[in-house]
Design a protein around this ligand. Structure first.
Ligand code: ACM
Length: 535
């Protein structure tokens, strides 16, 4: 055994000497579809050309911007490669149909690097992989001296398993500043996530400017719910995004091929809106008679879906659609206690008038009003799996959070689903023994469990598996008050989820992932991500 190990070490050394460099083994997260290691390395120097034409240029300039701070090289661009000059070439080729919209090939030889894709997102993801082949110091914002910028020679072919690879942020509970959201987006892009759901409204705050109802954000973002209930949780409770902020975030995310999916909660989790507009609530008269600060605990968080409330939320969605190009618009739909409607004379009357059997059907009726409305603008409604109760609206996509049953039922009925079960994707849950972790909402979701997730349960018939758009991790904000704490809850679990969403099932191997993760954490450290250390 010892002799064998010695020979193996000797073999590696000889290989390293023969190549003239030892650039290390690739440790890319998420694991690509195929990685062929070759001998040797490409060395990035100030003479390296960046070669691209047409729309590939936008990606090339992102690569140049990325390489400059740590190397100090101001790499020059060109539209074609001269002879055998060392170059990184980005090419778009419509004929590479096997690569889909997001796939790429990355060919590293001693003489140069070529990233090829059918569409620009593929080039972008090829660049994310290339970043991870360089020494971790490449992520430094300051010039890193004494580093040799070697890229191991490899041939990588890569496409994602799922089209929806998401994370959720919750600025409704604790507001998250625009720079902090951008930083979060940057780290998402490195992991090839492509959807960011932003939970913009809840009982604790309304965080998006709506021009037609300006007080929604102005007053609805001033709630001190967290302060009172959690005993004080930091300085970022208040605040909202102006429409300019939203446009800036949407643009920033789009540059990184991340779609921001807005979530406007209804009919429950709407306390902040009801405080500002008591006419939305179940008991508008008594509520409206109270001073603003006394309304917060009396709203029940639930609107009454009378025509005026339907029109109000459609007005809100109109402005939301103007701001967010996302094909999917999330309307929440979770956790409504419809007993409040069942017991309310006005709602009983409305149910009778609409010939609805019970309050679950009233819930479905309300969600369907939003589904039809969004469909007129060619948008698709997404909701948490409670929207299945009382009948699912025709165009709805279901986000399955209370386990997988909702997702299974919806996919088998031909609806699109995103898997987001508490069991594997709730990153607000504890990730270690509660006594040694910061206060969290509960649960137990260690890294290995996230990694083990397969978003296509066996109970979904093979012909319906295509309805599983993908997977999403949730960072609910009740207990997450700072950007550092957000990092801690997100990483490395989100790195594991990135692999769940991107890598082929047969390429997944937890021990191998942890080995790559150890090197990957050096990158996150250099970026300044406050991740949780491995056990
Ligand atoms: C949820 O966690 N209420 C979707």
């Amino acid at each position: 055994m010892r002799l064998g190990a010695a020979l193996l070490v000797a073999g590696v050394v000889v290989l390293g000497l023969a190549a003239g460099v030892d650039a290390g083994e690739p440790s890319v997260i998420p694991q690509p579809v195929s990685v062929q290691r070759r001998e040797g390395a490409f060395r990035l120097t100030p003479q390296t050309r960046i070669v691209a034409r047409g729309p590939a240029w936008a990606e090339a300039s992102k690569l140049i911007d990325f390489l400059t701070p740590a190397t100090g090289f101001v790499l020059r661009g060109a539209t074609s490669r001269q002879g055998d000059e060392p170059a990184i070439e980005l090419t778009l080729d419509r004929n590479l149909s096997d690569l889909g919209d997001e796939g790429y090939t990355l060919d590293v030889t001693r003489g140069g690097i070529t990233i090829a894709a059918r569409r620009p997102p593929g080039l972008f993801y090829g660049i994310q992989t290339l970043r991870q082949l360089l020494p971790a110091a490449i992520f430094s914002k300051a010039k890193a001296d004494d580093v040799t910028w070697d890229v191991p020679c490899v041939y990588i072919t890569d496409t994602p398993r799922f089209q929806w690879r998401g994370l959720l942020l919750d600025p409704a509970r604790h507001f998250i500043s625009v720079p902090d959201v951008k930083r979060f987006i940057d780290v998402m892009a490195l992991h090839k996530f492509n959807h960011l759901q932003v939970h913009l409204t809840d009982n604790e705050g309304w965080r998006i400017e709506i021009r037609k109802y300006p007080q929604l954000a102005q007053l609805g973002s001033q709630m001190d719910w967290n302060l009172r209930r959690r005993g004080g949780t930091g300085p970022r409770r208040f605040g909202f995004y102006t429409q300019e902020d939203i446009r800036e975030l949407v643009r920033y995310a789009a540059e990184r091929y991340i779609t921001i999916v807005p979530e406007i909660e209804m009919p429950f989790h709407t306390g902040a809106a009801i405080v500002v507009h008591p006419e939305l609530g179940i008991t508008p008269g008594p509520l409206g008679a109270l001073p603003l600060e006394q309304r917060w605990y009396k709203t029940r968080g639930l609107i009454a879906p009378r025509p005026r409330a339907v029109a109000f939320f459609q007005d809100v969605l109109t402005e939301v659609m103007e701001l967010f190009p996302s094909a999917h618009i999330h309307i929440g739909g979770d956790e409504a206690n419809t007993e409040h409607w069942a017991n309310d004379p006005e709602m009983q009357e409305q149910m009778k008038r609409l010939e609805l059997a019970d309050a679950h059907e009233l819930h479905s009726w309300f969600i369907a009003r939003m589904d039809v409305f969004l469909a007129q603008y060619e948008r698709r409604l997404v909701g948490w799996d409670e929207i299945l109760q009382g009948g699912l609206a025709p165009g709805a996509t279901v986000m399955s959070w209370r386990g997988e049953q909702g997702g299974i039922a919806a996919a088998n009925a031909g609806h699109d689903v995103v898997m987001a079960p508490t069991s594997h994707t709730y990153f607000d849950y504890y990730q270690g023994p509660p006594e040694s972790e910061p206060l969290a909402i509960g649960g137990n979701l260690p890294l290995a469990r996230v990694y083990s997730y397969d978003p296509i349960p066996e109970a979904i018939a093979a012909e319906n598996a295509r309805h599983v758009l993908g997977v999403q991790g949730q960072l609910w904000g009740e207990y997450i008050a700072t950007a550092e704490h957000l990092d801690y809850m997100a990483y490395p679990r989100a790195a594991a989820l990135a692999e769940v969403g991107w890598s082929p099932r047969e390429r997944k191997d937890y021990d191998d992932f942890v080995g790559r993760l150890e090197r990957h954490l050096q990158r996150l450290k250099t970026i300044g991500v406050h991740f949780r250390a491995l056990d």
